[in-house]
Design a protein around this ligand. Structure first.
Ligand code: HEM
Length: 524
């Protein structure tokens, strides 16, 4: 065969492939129109009024309009279509909530209807078929696991028990920053904070410092972005086999690496526990103590907690603890550096309570009211999980005259709710902690004006542990150091762009120069 023949042959092949693709697309589009036109005629003629929403395209619905920062796109769409808005994400009917009043209806008044999570490719692969807590469907398994874990992992006495770990790890960070300060070094604050949180959480969850053999933080970050990605396979399941975005392949690859790491961690833990029975109890010990128990004593269910349950829960806990606290700290330091006025008031408050001859201790935190206001303001502007974790309606329901059918996905735009000018006044975009002077937030499900931890049955169960970690790190870092931006950057020019995923970290790492400000403090 000559080269010309080869070329012609391939063009012919390419042409027929293109023709087949076009024909297939036309066939699918036609089928879709016929299907949507003729299917469910009863619903078309009934009073089942859907919430308003933007026009949809065949097959993909509104998937194409989400953009790189969906929380922002959805906020501007809600200005046009209202706080309860319909979207069609591929084949999945979706409702987006963008006001505190609407959030209260979905997360409090009708919480039980929206207490489930949708099954997704990521939860199926990475969570061992949704066997963890955060991504599992509503039902006796989730209810019992959540009750058990809340009691055993994050009770006030457990939070107190882990205080020495938080103190020791933070001391190490302060020491290294003191060194950097003595030579005027530029510090990658984002990385430093990620590392200290990783060290704290490692010791708390696994009872030891990092494993050199594998990069758990990296794997957890990859899993977090896969959980947050809009995978076409979840929205147009028949396109799933093609895996056009490669996300299903990525889930399988990351899932295998995580499984290998978790196996090593569990085996290692079992061995250490056998040798030293009086060790300080960590999360992993608590999880292993429920291995082989049944999940539902009351109803005598036969579900036994096995190794895959333990691995799925462990991954949930690592995802829930690693990124959330460090990202909140990162945004807080960024806003403080941008607002020297606020930084000064906070430093003065700490200095008045603690003096400048010793470091902050956790017991000081309850006296620091301005610190509470600073953190509330950061959580209002940067709810770290901007769309919370998706919910799914367990049955059909009518809310505010809108019909929401069973298995509708519900996205709560916590980011838009915290920036609603009708609630937070015209200076809504401004970082202004004083707006919380007469407004004490407790995040226990009574306020809906700012919901960084979600709310209701599926709300975060680690709120107190998250808050104490964030407040302690911030108080220590601003008490021990003044912070300057490098390269003569004007604070008002600091880049504040975010990246989208389940969480929203800074798009660019925060770099700053620490200047030590305490006198005569001896770190052991
Ligand atoms: C600043 C730190 C934290 C923030 C901002 C945060 C935020 C959130 C948010 C927004 C949700 C979803 C709520 C919803 O869908 O309504 C969530 C769920 C969850 N969080 Fe947190 N979280 C933090 C720390 C923690 C910690 C330290 C733990 C564990 C010790 C934890 C464990 C969980 C779990 C298990 C869920 C899933 C709950 C369920 O589906 O039943 N979180 N968190």
């Amino acid at each position: 065969m000559t080269s010309l023949e080869i070329t012609n042959h391939s063009i012919l092949e390419t042409m027929s492939f293109a023709a087949i693709t076009v024909l297939a697309f036309l066939f699918i589009t036609l089928t879709y129109f016929l299907f949507t036109f003729f299917s469910n005629p009863k619903q078309k003629n009934s009073n089942h009024k859907k919430p308003p929403g933007p026009p949809t395209l065949p097959i993909i619905g509104n998937l194409h309009i989400l953009g790189k920062l969906p929380h922002r796109t959805l906020q501007s769409l809600s200005r046009k279509y209202g706080p309860i808005m319909s979207l069609q994400l591929g084949q999945v009917p979706t409702v987006v909530i963008s006001s505190s009043k609407a959030a209260e209806l979905f997360l409090k008044t009708h919480d039980i209807v929206f207490a489930s999570r949708p099954k997704t490719v990521a939860s199926d692969i990475l969570s061992y078929g949704s066997k963890g807590v955060a991504f599992s469907e509503y039902g006796p398994y989730w209810r019992n696991m959540r009750k058990l874990l809340s009691l055993k992992l994050v009770s006030p006495s457990k939070i107190e028990k882990f205080a020495p770990i938080r103190k020791d790890e933070l001391d190490v960070l302060v020491k290294s920053l003191e060194k950097a300060a003595s030579v005027g070094e530029v510090v990658n604050v984002s990385e430093a904070v990620e590392n200290v949180i990783e060290d704290i959480m490692y010791k708390m969850v696994l009872g030891r410092s990092k494993y050199e053999e594998f990069d758990i933080k990296g794997l957890v970050q990859q899993a977090t972005s896969l959980f947050g990605a809009f995978n076409l396979a979840d929205y147009v399941p028949w396109l799933g086999v093609l895996d056009i975005q490669g996300l299903t392949r990525a889930c399988k690859k990351v899932g295998r690496a995580i499984d290998d790491a978790l196996e090593v961690i569990i085996t290692d833990h079992e061995q250490v526990t056998n040798v030293d029975k009086n060790r300080h109890e960590d999360f992993m010990d608590i999880l292993l103590s429920i291995l082989y128990q049944t999940t539902d004593h009351e109803n005598e269910s036969n579900d036994v907690i096995d190794r895959t349950n333990i691995k799925a829960i462990l991954l949930d806990l690592l995802i829930a603890t690693l990124d959330t606290s460090s990202t909140t700290i990162e945004w807080t330091l960024s806003e403080l550096v941008r607002h020297p006025r606020v930084m000064k008031i906070l430093q003065n408050e700490i200095q008045n309570e603690v003096g400048n001859k010793r470091m902050v201790e956790e017991k000081d935190l309850k006296k620091l009211n301005y610190l509470d206001m600073v953190i509330d303001e950061v959580l209002r502007l940067y709810p770290i999980v901007p769309l919370l974790l998706p919910r799914e309606s367990r049955e059909s329901i009518t809310i505010d005259d809108y019909f929401i059918k069973e298995k509708t996905r519900v996205l709560i735009n916590a980011w838009a709710i915290g920036r609603d000018p009708n609630v937070w006044s015209e200076n809504v975009e401004e970082f202004y902690p004083e707006r919380f002077i007469n407004k004490k937030m407790n995040y226990l499900g009574n306020e809906f004006e700012s919901i960084p931890f979600g709310s209701g049955r599926r709300g975060c169960f680690g709120i107190q542990m998250g808050l104490i970690t964030v407040k302690f790190v911030i108080a220590q870092l601003v008490h021990c150091f003044n912070w300057e931006l490098p390269y003569n950057t004007n604070p008002s020019n600091l880049n504040m762009e975010e990246k989208f995923g389940i969480t929203i970290p800074r798009a660019q790492h925060l770099l700053a120069i620490p200047r030590y400000r305490l006198v005569d403090v001896e770190l052991e």
